[in-house]
Ligand binder design. Structure first.
Ligand code: PMP
Length: 370
């Protein structure tokens, strides 16, 4: 409505329209405070209330156990790639990384700067990042301080479908940037869960970190203050000025997800949405392809290619696909520059009608161009 499109961007991504409407109606004067949320002191009672409610609502949504802290940080998921070794390990220590795509590769790359041994326990790079290796195949270290995974690879569209348990007993650290609050998970199986907000949660600028108590308070002496989980936890994530407006928007989203019936209800719709698109690929007689193994296809990010032996013809068709979809109000379908093709990101806030419209368009496009 209002000239808005179906936005398939990988992030920043679409936000629930009713959340945008609420934010817009509260913009000039939040709850008779006489100011917008952007203009409030982060130490005032109004914003402190917004902050506390956002955390409480996220705790309810994910059933976060009491022995975990919720931190609202900045610097993106990318800064966590460094914060994790700085808080959990010394420079002489070992940590294990499982690499299933581009983001996991970045995480171990950063880990190598801060650890004597950032061990790649498993990698699917040689097969093009299209699968999840079984935990039994991970070459874990006995002395690992943690095991890091990327729960959903945003670029390759590869997703862990269950909560896994590393056999070495080390805390599992998961980058959930692109499937955070998209389905129920068992938080107690993780040492740390972290996610940038700009996909399923709201505007960019906020990084959510859920960390188990025993992993707080062990930071290196030279860990920057702003990256130290203990300092952030002691100060309620308000050691300095937090990203106030992003926290407010995230709070509106968490509240909405709880009112929708929580993550079981959210997951049900997400499964239905991605099925429309995967079915369109499967039903295209080989015109479209998704390279990802059936067992770990992401419900959030769907890479789609057009199959054609002639590379020029393929590029031309993919370009036409993106242009024709755009004419119909379906935007941001271009694949990541590193992999090419198309990609449909269908986070929580993508309405089912958007997924249906894309599936219908795929059928038409194939009929016209096959
Ligand atoms: N991890 C994953 C899985 C991502 O998708 C992204 C962003 N696309 C990042 C990390 C980096 O996040 P940020 O831009 O918030 O640093």
């Amino acid at each position: 409505s209002g000239g808005r499109v179906y936005n398939f961007s990988a992030g920043p991504a679409c936000i629930y329209e009713d959340v945008l409407t609420t934010a817009s109606s509260e913009m000039m004067n939040w709850e008779n405070s006489g100011t917008s949320v952007m203009e409030m002191s982060h130490r005032g009672k109004e914003f402190m209330g917004i902050h506390a409610k956002a955390i409480a609502d996220l705790r309810e949504l994910l059933s976060i156990p009491d022995n975990y802290q919720v931190l609202f940080l900045q610097g993106g998921a990318s800064l966590q790639f460094a914060s994790i070794p700085l808080n959990l390990a010394s420079a002489e220590d070992t940590a294990d990384y499982v690499t299933t795509g581009s983001w996991g590769a970045k995480a171990i790359g950063e880990g190598k700067k801060f650890l004597k041994n950032a061990n790649e326990a498993a990698s699917t790079k040689s097969s093009g990042f299209t699968s999840i290796p079984a935990t039994s195949e991970w070459s874990l270290s006995d002395d690992a301080k943690y095991v890091h995974i990327c729960a959903n690879e945003t670029i390759q569209g590869v997703e862990f479908k269950t909560d896994v348990v590393p056999a070495n007993g080390a805390p599992l650290i998961a980058d959930m940037s692109s499937n955070f609050v998209s389905k129920p998970i068992d938080v107690s199986k993780y040492g740390i869960i972290y996610a940038g907000a700009q996909k399923n949660v709201g505007p960019a600028g906020l990084t959510v970190v859920i960390v188990r108590d025993d992993l707080i308070g062990n930071a290196r002496a030279d860990c920057p203050t702003m990256q130290n989980y203990a300092i952030m936890a002691e100060n309620d994530s308000m050691y300095n000025t937090p990203p106030c407006y992003s926290i407010y928007m995230a709070g509106l989203v968490f509240d909405k997800l709880n009112k929708m019936g929580g993550l079981e209800a959210v997951e049900k719709v997400n499964i239905e949405k991605c099925a429309h698109i995967y079915d369109a690929i499967a039903g295209s007689d080989g015109f479209f392809n998704c390279p990802v193994d059936m067992t770990c296809r992401s419900a959030m990010n769907i890479p789609i290619t057009i199959v054609n032996e002639d590379a020029d013809k393929r590029a031309e068709l993919e370009k036409a696909f993106i242009a024709e979809a755009g004419d119909l109000g379906m935007v941001a379908l271009k694949g990541h520059r590193s992999v090419g093709g198309m990609r449909a990101s269908i986070y929580n806030a993508m309405p089912i009608e958007g997924a249906e419209a894309l599936a219908a368009f795929m059928k038409e496009f194939k009929a016209k161009h096959a």
